[in-house]
Design a protein around this ligand. Structure first.
Ligand SMILES: [Zn+2]
Length: 69
């Protein structure tokens, strides 16, 4: 079961897995995976809900299973 997460936790996992961020637009930062073909905007302002956490995992499809939770 996917749990809600804080942006800082997600950011740490993204950095651990070699992801990079480019620009931030308002409350969103766009993250790119190491292969460069997958990207996802992440909301920095609030606690990230389970549905959005799942979406981040799905969009960054090339990362190993369990990379975030
Ligand atoms: Zn990728």
């Amino acid at each position: 079961m996917v749990k809600p997460m804080r942006y800082r936790e997600i950011e740490a996992a993204l950095l651990r897995n070699g992801c990079r961020w480019t620009d931030s637009k308002g409350d969103h930062v766009k993250w790119y995976c190491p292969c460069g073909r997958h990207s996802v905007p992440v909301d920095t302002a609030r606690t990230i809900s389970p549905g959005v956490v799942r979406d981040i995992i799905k969009k960054l499809a090339c990362l190993p299973e369990g990379w975030l939770q």
